[in-house]
Design a protein around this ligand. Structure first.
Ligand code: CP
Length: 316
């Protein structure tokens, strides 16, 4: 694996998930792989899980880690070619990324979308600017359109909690108070489409994902119908792709409740977190014994470790 930018860098999603599960049994077995190497974690946006789990994963593999809150802790970065830098930006990506690359063996980057410029976001503008100017592998820690470390964790968690070869997995839109990126939903969809599951997406009309990500998934506009016989309910809010970055109408009745979970086949509940309690998901779901959200978050460490291990092994 040269980079980990999306599911496109993964030959076999199920195999990578199994590798992540195996690492849980002996997380320090490959400490030699990262010895005397440095992983640089660059955050343009906030994080709790990704920041801690990716740092821990790199350290489990013997790597040194450096975390930098780009723009906050370093100079304001300029990304445009040919920019006349007489405004607030101090450092151009051409030097900034190249310099970071001199200090790192692997770079992790988190760079959320603008949610105002669809074309720029869906071209993965910032991620590709880094790719163009570094010499070392890049791990996507959530970009404008996808969150592959989360999706690998999600697949791993599903496999740990089912014995079925093809469980029914339902991605359900849930309400939120502000417009959120489509990244987690896009990414979850493209990973499920490449894995051995029966995959269904349910959302109100107007929240269709870009077809590049939703692929051949069944789309059901009635949430309760979609929940029937589900083995896993994965809840997430996202803003509209068609009416880019907007919230369309009032859909508070799409909140995930225990009553709705009773329509399923004793489904497990999943969410990438953070979640707004009693807006997206009711307390009685998050506090239930069928909620996997904490176990799911714990698995972030091993999913990241499987990815970093693959990259280190490829570059040995
Ligand atoms: N799920 C996830 O990526 O969490 P953070 O935003 O806290 O990293």
């Amino acid at each position: 694996m040269k980079n980990f930018l999306s599911v496109g860098d993964v030959v076999n999603t199920e195999l990578l998930a199994q590798q992540a599960i195996a690492l849980k049994q002996n997380r320090f077995a490959f400490k030699h792989l990262g010895e005397n190497k440095t992983m640089m974690l660059l955050f343009l946006n906030s994080s709790l899980r990704t920041r801690i789990s990716t740092q821990k994963a790199a350290q489990n593999l013997g790597m040194n880690t450096i975390i930098l809150n780009l723009n906050q802790d370093s100079w304001q970065m300029e990304y445009e070619d040919g920019a006349i830098m007489n405004g607030t930006s101090v450092e151009h990506i051409k030097e900034g990324a190249a310099v970071i690359s001199e200090y790192a063996d692997i770079i992790g980057i988190r760079a959320f979308p603008t949610l105002t410029d669809k074309e720029k976001d869906y071209s993965e503008y910032v991620l590709h600017k880094f790719l163009d100017n570094v010499k070392v592998p890049i791990v996507n820690m959530e970009s404008a359109t996808v969150h592959p470390l989360q999706s690998l964790t999600d697949l791993m968690t599903i496999r740990e909690h089912t014995t079925k070869q093809n469980p029914k997995v339902v991605l359900s839109w849930a309400p939120h108070i502000k417009p959120l990126p489509q990244c987690v939903a896009n990414s979850f969809a493209e990973w499920m489409n490449k894995s051995d599951v029966e995959f269904v997406i349910t959302h109100p009309k107007g929240y269709e994902l870009n077809e590049q990500f939703s692929g051949n998934a069944s789309i059901i506009y009635k949430q309760e119908e979609a929940f029937e016989n589900a083995d896993f309910i994965y809840a997430k809010n996202w803003s509209s792709y068609a009416d880019y970055g907007q919230i369309i109408g009032e859909h508070n009745d799409w909140k995930i409740t225990d009553k709705k979970m009773q329509l399923t086949n004793n489904a497990k509940f999943m969410h990438c977190l953070p979640t707004r309690r009693n807006v997206e998901v009711a307390d009685d779901v998050l506090d239930s014994n069928y909620s996997l959200v904490i176990k799911q978050a714990a698995n972030r460490e091993f999913a990241a470790q499987a990815v970093i291990k693959n990259i280190l092994s490829s570059n040995e």
